[in-house]
Design a protein around this ligand. Structure first.
Ligand code: NAD
Ligand code: DAU
Length: 350
């Protein structure tokens, strides 16, 4: 089966490519990626020489290059997105363009070429803030809070409409917070690990009592493959971990595992519109697809910390000038940057 994998140079897409190619099940992977700040071909060094792997640089918003790349493929696994909530708050237009228009372009081309299976990678953030004790099932209402999650919810609705109207053979996966090797250090865990390694403060938004459901990326990739191979057309599958933790607890666990003091914790101004809690019910994955998470948070955290400690060349590669200006704007100048976006008439940087 020849797969078009969008966003395959990112964190989860590259893990998925490494996973499917390692199985030796006859999959061919075409990685279609624009290589934004988040795309990194070094994530694919392990498969670069594999005859079943190829790379095409392109933008999912460009119908001609999408069609050229999708031609001859049997299935699409669609990871490409602007995936960071904070960036979508400061500069929403990239998330709307890539996540909504890009998904629309892919659906149109998939329809034209008669693609046999379209796996749309979505997120638990589309369900919005969950009340204490509540869990989202696949039937829960979508109530996104940020421009990022709204754009993902919009793309989910487009996929749903293509299933219903055109019979597009699509499934949607909605996973919780992924962690693991090769994650760009703008997300919470890799940013904290990197700061611990540098003896820098760990920025905790607000009171740090927000809860997230932590899922090892390799568990997610096994779930996505199960959805590709055995998911039912038109269905949504929640993919979550087995541990829901407060951010502060996660930060303390990292400090403990890395032998550093809690004085590194630093409370900073909260993210606007910050969801307090995400929590998923994933029984459908187990019942229908025989999937459940296998990697405990304790083991996964230890393995992830070890990976970052032992991949200093990879870290040096992603911590260039762009990252330093990102860090300055979002952390060192946090109060003034947040103040600016809260001003009436502020239209965002783009
Ligand atoms: P990422 O930011 O690490 O990678 C995104 C990839 O998409 C990059 O390689 C980037 O170059 C590429 N890309 C961006 N815009 C593109 C465009 N216009 N055309 C082609 N390629 C483009 O993201 P990730 O964390 O790997 O997330 C992958 C998917 O999983 C996203 O759809 C995200 O919404 C979803 N998701 C992520 C998480 C998480 O915890 N990271 C959880 C649930 C769902
Ligand atoms: O839930 C799935 C989603 O998880 C995905 O759809 C998104 O693509 C992915 O980015 C992630 O979104 P979050 O906003 O939950 O992840 P992030 O790593 O940005 O933040 C996790 C939590 O940690 C959140 O409550 C905000 C907080 N946080 C984050 C950063 C970057 C901090 O307290 N300090 C930080 O510096």
């Amino acid at each position: 089966m020849k797969l078009l994998i969008t966003g395959g140079a990112g964190f989860i897409g590259s893990s998925f490519i490494r996973h499917v190619l390692s199985l030796g099940k006859g999959y061919e992977a075409v990685n279609f990626d624009k290589l934004t700040y988040a795309g990194n071909l070094a994530n694919l060094d392990a498969v670069a020489g594999d005859p079943n792997y190829s790379f095409v640089r392109g933008d999912i918003c460009d119908p001609a290059s999408v069609e050229a790349a999708m031609h001859g493929c049997d299935a699409v696994v669609h990871f490409a997105a602007e995936s960071h909530v904070d960036r979508s708050i400061y500069e929403p237009s990239a998330a709307i363009e890539t996540n909504v228009t890009g998904t629309f372009v892919l659906l149109q081309v998939a329809r034209k070429l008669g693609i046999q299976r379209f796996v749309h990678i979505s997120t638990d953030e589309v369900y919005g803030d969950m009340a204490p004790g509540a869990f989202a099932t696949e039937d829960s209402p979508i109530q996104p809070s940020s421009p990022y999650s709204a754009s993902k919810a919009a793309s989910d609705l487009l996929v749903r409409s293509y299933v219903r109207t055109y019979g597009t053979p699509a499934v949607i996966t909605r996973s919780s917070n992924n962690y693991g090797p090769y994650q760009f250090p703008e997300k919470f865990l890799p940013l904290l690990i990197m700061n611990v390694l540098d003896n820098k403060p760990l920025p905790i938004y607000g009171d740090g009592k927000q809860q997230r459901d932590w899922l090892h990326v390799e568990d997610n990739c096994r779930g996505i493959l199960a959805a590709l191979e055995r998911g039912r057309d038109g269905e949504i599958y929640n993919i979550g971990g087995s541990d829901i933790e407060e951010n502060l607890t996660m930060a303390r666990r990292l400090l403990h595992l890395m032998g550093k003091p809690e004085t590194l914790l630093s409370y900073v101004q909260d993210r606007p519109g910050h969801d307090r809690r995400y929590a998923l019910r994933c029984e459908k994955m187990e019942r229908e697809l025989g999937w459940k998470p296998l990697i405990s948070l304790e083991d996964g955290l230890r393995q992830t910390i070890d990976w970052y400690k032992s991949h200093s060349a990879w870290l040096a590669g992603v911590r260039g000038g762009d990252y330093l200006s990102y860090y300055k704007k979002y952390y060192e100048d946090r109060d003034s940057s947040l103040h600016a976006i809260a001003q009436p008439g502020h239209g965002g940087a783009n």
